[in-house]
Design a protein around this ligand. Structure first.
Ligand SMILES: [Zn+2]
Length: 398
């Protein structure tokens, strides 16, 4: 299976790095997992069929994507996880107008037409009434159509990356423009569901594609709205369990200033769990680099602590705590109030450590949890998901 066919799924990233947690997650969110497995197998079928195209597929613009709805009549595409390098507006210098099913993007002669996402070219030829046309089949289940090109620069079967130049813009009469559309299973969808045409940006949301006879219905799955006026993870004394046993914390709704990756720029050198039952994740940059508090909090421990060396423990909102160890120097003391992103110590190798690094742990209600439940270490950001927190100490994804 092509790895990139699954890259929109966070949970997959989580598993890649941390095999030991696999089973924990499995039992904790069996239902969510089976849903994801359905989606994954759908996408697998899609991507495995991208390498070869039938003669019919090479000839026609609108054609069903083989296997797309073979296992289920719906699948989700999570655009919240798409990185900047994984998306391009099809004609970045152009100005777009929409008629609801197509964009006409006006520009100047000679401008480059770009592939919107990674994918495989399914069609590249002249089609009467459409000029030179390119159709790219993407690993996320979408197809994009680029028409009226002066010149196509890619061939059927060719792999393209988001942002690659695939054609030179053409047009009709004395106007220079690209006609662009997005299809699911051979049916055009409103491109404005996926992209904002004034800003050229991808809408960071999850869309659900559901087969409805010969059509495909597209729905935007809305985020769990943040409670009005509530600043998530900001107020230490807020008790979300005051009158209920569970609380849904959508990590996507925590404001920028209320979280921070504990060691900016770091790479994981040893994940949580595994054979050695590692109690945290080891993050590495350079010696004496600045370690920051992951959230607002109050320092409950700061000083040498057995094999941890110089150790800091911070209490945060809702029952979360974080622990930072092996510092060459701690810069906070017990009782200090800290803000998310505030420098609390410098990386070192005090205690049982063979190299300068940060050993980082996360606790919920006193129990250790995998830091990767909260942090996406690959992108050094919060996981783009919500967590269901239970008063009794359980943390469940979704
Ligand atoms: Zn460690």
């Amino acid at each position: 299976m092509k790895q990139n066919s699954l890259k929109y799924f966070n949970i997959n990233r989580l598993f890649n790095n941390i095999p030991a947690v696999h089973m924990v997650w499995h039992s904790m969110c069996g239902q969510a997992m089976s849903m994801l497995l359905i989606v994954m197998s759908v996408l697998f079928l899609t991507s495995s069929s991208t390498d070869k195209f039938t003669a019919a597929e090479q000839q026609q613009i609108s054609i069903a994507t083989p296997g797309l709805f073979a296992k289920s009549d719906m699948f989700n595409i999570d655009f919240t996880l798409v990185r900047d390098s994984e998306y391009s507006f099809p004609l970045p210098v152009g100005k777009a107008v929409s008629n609801g099913s197509e964009l006409q993007i006006e520009t100047a002669k000679g401008d480059a037409v770009k592939a919107m996402f990674d994918g495989t070219v399914r069609l590249s030829r002249h089609i009467s009434g459409h000029g030179n046309v390119i159709v790219v089949r993407h690993h996320n289940g979408l197809e994009t159509v680029y028409a009226h090109n002066a010149q196509n620069l890619v061939k059927v079967g060719q792999e393209v990356k988001a942002g690659n130049t695939i054609a030179i813009v053409g047009g009709q009469d004395d106007k220079t423009f690209l006609t662009f559309s997005i299809m699911v299973n051979g049916a055009k969808i409103n491109p404005e569901t996926i992209i904002a045409i004034s800003t050229h940006k991808l809408r960071k949301q999850t869309v659900q594609c559901r087969k409805n006879a010969n059509r495909v219905n597209i729905a935007v799955l809305t985020k769990e709205p943040a409670a009005k006026g509530r600043k998530l993870m900001a107020d230490l004394d807020e008790d979300p369990f005051k009158d209920k046993n569970t609380f849904k914390l959508d990590l996507r709704n925590i404001e920028e200033q209320h979280w921070a990756y504990p060691l900016p720029g770091a790479k994981v050198i040893s994940p949580y769990g595994g054979k050695r039952r590692h109690s945290g994740v080891d993050l590495k940059t350079r010696p004496n680099d600045e370690i920051v508090s992951a959230f607002n909090g109050i320092v409950t421990q700061s000083g040498p602590y057995y094999g941890y060396g110089n150790c800091i423990r911070i209490r945060h909102a809702y029952g979360f705590e974080t622990l930072y160890s092996h510092q060459s120097k701690n810069l906070v003391k017990v009782g200090d109030k800290v803000k998310a992103g505030q420098v609390i110590g410098l990386t070192g190798r005090t205690g049982r450590a063979t190299t300068e690094h940060l050993h980082f742990e996360v606790f919920f209600k006193g129990r250790r949890i995998n830091p990767a439940v909260v942090f996406d270490h690959l992108n050094r950001q919060l996981q783009q998901t919500s967590l269901t927190l239970s008063k009794n100490g359980n943390v469940k994804k979704g």
